[in-house]
Design a protein around this ligand. Structure first.
Ligand code: PEP
Ligand code: MN
Length: 345
């Protein structure tokens, strides 16, 4: 931690800050210029609240030089984390595509969607059985019946399952049906859920909160990892800004920032990130170009009649177009996007 004293801070103020730092257990290195004094506080205290020092008289500013998270940090683990999900690696050379509707609505919808996305190179089937809706009057999901439908469709087409868990009480129910637990944006700081999911052995897909900083997001990953589960996949899904032409603002700069700060894989969700169907393909292209390890996209056989998020769901032919385009971008970066299945005639 670096403490910068105000220009003209008195010797008494400087001594008082040094005493406080010592009392909190830091060793202090003082360097005094003609006008200003800077104090270097040495000591590993990830949970130290820098405001204890910021509020002292004569202090101009305080900077952290170590991150408050450990297991999630690049400093702790230099090489990229690769997460194997039944033969598909997230965080390796392949850009993994997770596709499917916002909500599981029925057998037919999931069967045709799974067949289509698998044929064009997706390796995960998404779909919510428990939905965090902005309105309590909106469709809340099919619950366990939805999980059964999702698992069945995924298995028939060689796909892995990713679905959202909204509360700790659902973990046991969802566990046998899913390959990856999704924690939704609204639950990113549900610390009891993060801790419980951290005690399981399945990968966790942690969406960024609507107004979360990257540091807060990584602290949430830390919650999961601190309980023993190292398999965390981060997902940038757009944050709330003053812009109104899109549902959220997709923060693609989070991709290189996360890559520098953390070893965890990062997936981008341009569907929730923009909220508008015709913005999804361009932002999917940009996400791959920025270095994302995967994409999560909403695809529906009949978007105008979807029970949730229809306006941001791709039509089937748009999904094909997306896959063709991101495949070319991945190749330019020496990465891959799975090839479509050969259709036998
Ligand atoms: C979803 O993936 O359907 C979803 C609800 O996402 P988010 O938590 O990012 O809003
Ligand atoms: Mn959705």
């Amino acid at each position: 931690m670096v403490v910068v004293m105000e220009v003209g801070a008195s010797e008494a103020q400087i001594q008082s800050v040094i005493e406080h730092l010592n009392r909190y257990g830091f060793d202090v290195h003082r360097s005094s210029g003609v006008q200003q004094t800077v104090l270097g506080a040495i000591g590993v205290k990830p949970d130290f609240d820098v405001r204890h020092i910021k509020v002292l008289d004569g202090v101009a500013d305080v900077y952290r030089v170590t991150e408050p998270y450990k297991f999630a940090s690049r400093a702790w683990k230099q090489e990229n984390t690769r997460i194997d999900v039944r033969g598909v690696t997230i965080g390796g050379d392949e850009v993994v595509v997770m596709a499917g509707p916002c909500s599981v609505e029925g057998e037919e919808q999931m069967e045709v969607t799974a067949a289509h996305v698998a044929a064009h190179g997706a390796t995960f089937l998404r779909g919510g059985a428990f939905k965090p809706r902005s309105s309590p009057y909106s469709f809340q999901g099919l619950g366990e019946e939805g999980l059964r439908i999702l698992r069945g469709a995924a298995d028939r087409h060689g796909l892995r399952v990713i679905t959202e868990v909204m509360e700790t009480a659902q973990i046991e129910l969802i566990y046998p049906y899913t390959d990856v637990f999704q924690i939704g944006a609204r639950n990113m700081q549900n610390f009891s859920l993060l801790k419980e999911i951290g005690k399981t052995d399945k990968p966790v897909f942690l969406k960024r909160g609507l107004s979360a900083t990257i540091s807060e997001w990584l602290m949430s990953a830390e919650y999961v990892m601190s309980q023993g589960n190292p398999h965390v996949i981060l997902c940038e899904r757009g944050i709330r800004t003053f812009e109104t032409y899109t549902r959220n603002t997709l923060d693609l700069s989070a991709v290189p920032v996360v890559k520098a700060k953390s070893h965890l894989p990062i997936v981008v969700d341009p569907s929730h990130g923009t909220g508008i169907r015709n913005k999804v393909i361009p932002m999917a292209r940009a996400a791959v170009a920025a270095g994302a390890d995967g994409l999560m996209v909403e695809v529906h056989p009949d978007p105008p009649n979807a029970r949730s998020d229809g306006p941001q769901s791709l039509y089937f032919d748009q999904f094909v177009e997306l896959m063709q385009q991101v495949r070319r971008i991945a190749e330019a970066l020496d990465r891959t996007v799975r090839a479509p299945e050969r259709v036998s005639v």
